[in-house]
Design a protein around this ligand. Structure first.
Ligand code: PRX
Length: 625
């Protein structure tokens, strides 16, 4: 939504959250308190983050240096000299203190198949798998790929790797076998952990059989890791074809995860924390596994889909487990809103305090529905902006402190110094009421440290475009009140249902077909999924789509599903004669985006095209379908 059309109504913190008779006292309970802590986090970062890391994490050996290095050289380090283990922090210390506390509520695909796992049991199972990994000669620094559905074993697998100092590299189970293979090869993974099959929405999803013999449980001591030892890789799409193995390290990442669960979700002991993401994405890593378990919370692992067996599934689950924090993507909210309020009615949602969204901009209609119909105007709505690379939230409201606006991610989290840059000259745009590209001026603890095996690519993607800044790849506005509105990607990344996809990756999948000469992929807007994929495909001479065009488009969709995964499938494929390219051969996706959006009167300068007449032909093609 364009800034000038934005609704600037400010929604105050719901009174209930500040009433001690109704809710635990929020950690941050006023804008002034937020501002003061934010100021401290920037002016005295060593004191601020040193204190936080001492309070929230258990160390085998304390750190002496809070932060080191910076964005200019790409040598960021936090809590140097410290030794700790993420698995110890997420499991052992809670298993010792509260062994019978529920760590994981597994909400299985079939609603009546739920299970609970205590911290004591979690420790036993993590040790068992860690022992099996060691028996397979997996050692500190090795990489283990994990390709599993949303079952408790996936959480156990992450923590077992972390325990022995192996890096996990989770590949979302919706990716195809080919995509899995690429990621396993890129990371030189020594082992792939997988499961027989999973279930989603009543359907069985085959993965593979676990090969690992599990031995009787014995205590496997957790490796002592340096703060900067890598914890995991997570592959994500960039603007070029090859996915990037984003690498996070141990202490800074874990601190970011835990601090945001504490402050952004205002987590208090006894809360039931439910993040609906898949563990295969960063949201699942941070807000199903490391953040909540680090704090000793009860985390919900949801295997199903929001509409199975019917569209009340989320609301039934919230009522059943008395969920206090609920976190999902705008896509799910939009889809459920369309199905009607009757699916919400009659479910007791009174346990909820904080409702979060993530992954894409939330449109005001969806925001209001979430606030009114689900939150009954008595919950905080936190629109959390972050990325795989940021590790944890970087722009977000805080429940007890920050009044909200429908569709704005509001203000920066502690330690995050934002800048809106002029995309042309790279200069910082001071003050309010400015729009440009979103960047961060200094490192925060959970920023990714590198791209596995390719530090140069890390540097060139994030640090070089605007020297001294971390470049997010998103456009943003800082409005008249200083609130941030995320405008979406300024590169060739498409966001479908909060899943990040690269145009180049889908184009490469399309041109693998023998009939295809060239392909151009763009994101078009979609009411439910935010964006959807449109592909323009030129065929090789003699492969005219004419008589078998329909089958060919089907074949191409199948091909993308097979090479990447079903979620990357184009919604529409146009078979065209030619694509808009400059004389030097650069594809002008911008023109295709405008044509699809029907904005043909603002195509901009088309005189640089090798053949400007291609535009008329494309308009006729798109209009004619
Ligand atoms: O474009 C932004 C969008 O999602 C991108 C990051 O994608 P990924 O690394 O897959 O992580 C998704 C979950 C953290 C960002 O560059 N994005 C994420 N959160 C928001 C958002 N766009 C608008 N509002 C958000 N709250």
């Amino acid at each position: 939504m364009a800034e000038d059309q934005a609704d600037h109504t400010i929604y105050p913190v719901p009174g209930r959250l500040l009433d001690p008779a109704q809710c635990p006292e929020p950690y941050i309970s006023s804008m002034e308190q937020y501002k003061e802590m934010y100021r401290q986090s920037l002016e005295q970062p060593d004191e601020f983050f040193g204190k936080l890391a001492t309070e929230l994490l258990s160390w085998f050996q304390p750190f002496q240096t809070v932060q080191h290095g910076g964005l200019r050289h790409g040598d960021v380090a936090w809590f140097v000299e410290g030794q700790l283990n993420a698995s110890y922090n997420c499991v052992d210390r809670h298993a010792l203190a509260t062994p019978d506390k529920v760590a994981i509520i597994y909400e299985a695909d079939e609603p009546n198949h739920s299970a609970k796992i205590t911290y004591g049991e979690l420790l036993r199972q993590v040790c068992q798998l860690a022992g099996a990994l060691r028996a397979h000669d997996i050692r500190k620094g090795d990489i283990v790929a994990i390709y599993m559905p949303m079952i408790p074993e996936v959480v156990i697998a992450l923590l077992a790797c972390a325990r022995i100092g192996a890096l996990h590299s989770v590949v979302f189970a919706g990716f195809s076998a080919e995509a899995l293979r690429d990621r396993v090869h890129d990371a030189c993974s020594r082992l792939v952990l997988t499961a027989d099959q999973g279930r989603r929405g009543g359907k069985t999803i085959d993965t593979k059989k676990i090969e690992l013999p599990l031995r009787a449980s014995s205590t496997i001591f957790s490796e002592s890791m340096n703060s900067e030892d890598p914890l995991f890789l997570l592959y994500t799409s960039g603007s070029t074809g090859k996915p990037k193995g984003v690498m996070h390290t141990t202490a800074g990442y874990l601190l970011g995860a835990m601090a945001t669960v504490k402050y952004v979700f205002d987590y208090h002991p006894g809360d039931i924390f439910a993040c609906m993401a898949d563990v295969g994405w960063i949201t699942g890593h941070t807000y199903i596994v490391y953040g909540p378990l680090g704090l000793g919370a009860t985390t919900v692992l949801f295997e199903s889909i929001p509409t199975y067996p019917n569209p009340s599934r989320y609301w039934e689950m919230i009522a059943k487990h008395k969920v206090t924090q609920f976190y999902t993507a705008p896509t799910a909210i939009r889809a459920l809103r369309r199905l009607g309020d009757e699916w919400v009615e009659g479910h007791d949602l009174s346990s909820l305090r904080v409702l979060g969204t993530v992954g894409e901009p939330i449109n005001p209609e969806a925001w209001h529905w979430y606030n009114n119909t689900i939150g009954k105007n008595r919950c905080a709505i936190v629109d959390t902006y972050w990325q795989t690379e940021t590790g944890s939230h970087i722009i977000t409201p805080l429940p007890g402190a920050i009044p909200t606006k429908a569709g704005s991610a509001t203000v920066p989290f502690f330690g995050v110094e934002l800048a809106i840059l002029d995309p042309v000259n790279g200069k910082e745009m001071a003050g309010n009421d400015v729009t440009g590209v979103l960047a961060v001026k200094r490192p925060w603890p959970s920023i990714a440290r590198t791209i596995y095996g390719d530090h140069r690519r890390f540097f060139e993607t994030y640090l070089k475009p605007y020297p001294g800044y971390y470049f997010t790849g998103d456009g943003a506005t800082r409005d008249k009140d200083g609130y941030i509105w995320i405008r979406g990607r300024v590169d060739d990344v498409i966001n479908v249902s909060g899943h990040r996809l690269s145009t180049a990756e889908i184009e490469s999948a399309l041109i693998m077909n023998h009939a295809v000469a060239e392909a151009a992929v763009i994101g078009a807007s979609d009411e439910v999924t935010g964006q959807c994929i449109y592909a323009f495909v030129c065929l090789k001479p003699g492969s005219s789509g004419g008589h078998y065009g329909h089958d060919l488009t089907k074949e191409l969709v199948m091909q993308v599903r097979k090479l990447i995964g079903p979620f990357a499938a184009p919604k529409r494929i146009y078979l065209v004669e030619d694509l808009p390219k400059t004389r030097s051969g650069k594809l002008m996706r911008r023109i295709l985006r405008k044509i699809v959006a029907g904005e043909t009167d603002s195509l901009g300068d088309i005189s640089t095209l090798a053949d400007p007449s291609v535009v008329e032909t494309l308009i006729a093609k798109v209009d004619g379908v």
